[in-house]
Design a protein around this ligand. Structure first.
Ligand SMILES: N[C@@H](CCC(=O)N[C@@H](CS)C(=O)NCC(=O)O)C(=O)O
Length: 196
């Protein structure tokens, strides 16, 4: 397997990618970048023209976006069962809940901006009630989002929900708090936080 290079900043969404890297057990090299400095330098813009972290370089592959990094890494370690098998209903749910973090993030950013909310028919998140109720139903009464073991979907959702609870943008519903507490107590999560 080619070497993995992880570009990040310890106070960034790179925390999520680091947790995923620690779950895989794969060796990787970290490159720490500074906001506004090395993150916008030509060397790094050649890796990610957005000048944002996280990014992962793996041989000729460059993967940006937290969700994509989680999906990509899970497939490299099938023995860890971080992704349900292809062709199963669980695989569909896995993609679904990972992708569901995009509209959640749109809502959270819209709330943080404090401006008028877009029309529900236009906004990918619909209304705040729609998205929170849907997420609450998905997280309630089960240990894992998909199937009977921890997957990258649990990781990403726990990380996003934890992040937005911390920023007080997300209502602290019991199902959200319990889900975050359960999964962020994993060894790989604690290890990743300690490194960052
Ligand atoms: N859609 C990207 C967002 C990445 C992002 O916005 N990262 C922030 C840090 S949390 C960043 O690099 N900001 C630096 C900048 O925009 O200059 C992802 O999911 O990874």
């Amino acid at each position: 397997m080619s070497a993995l290079t992880f570009y990040t900043h310890p106070m960034s969404r790179g925390r999520v990618a680091r947790w995923m890297l620690e779950e895989t057990g794969l060796p990787y090299e970290t490159v720490l970048l500074e906001y506004g400095g090395s993150m916008k330098a030509p060397e790094y813009l050649a890796v990610n023209p957005m000048g944002k972290v996280p990014a992962l370089q793996h041989g000729e592959a460059v993967v940006t976006e937290q969700a994509a990094i989680c999906l990509y890494l899970a497939d490299w370690v099938p023995e860890k069962r971080l992704a349900p098998p292809v062709g199963t209903p669980e695989r569909g749910s896995y993609y679904r809940w990972i992708s569901f973090m995009a509209p959640l993030e749109q809502l959270m950013v819209a709330k943080a901006g404090g401006g008028a909310m877009p029309k529900p028919e236009m906004a990918g998140f619909g209304t705040e009630a729609d998205i929170l109720n849907t997420l609450e139903a998905a997280l309630s009464g089960r240990e894992y989002l998909v199937g009977d073991c921890f997957t990258a979907a649990d990781l990403l959702v726990a990380a996003y929900v934890g992040w937005y609870l911390q920023f007080k943008l997300l209502e602290p519903r019991q199902a959200f708090v319990e889900f975050v507490q359960r999964h962020t107590a994993r060894e790989a999560s604690l290890r990743a936080n300690a490194i960052d």
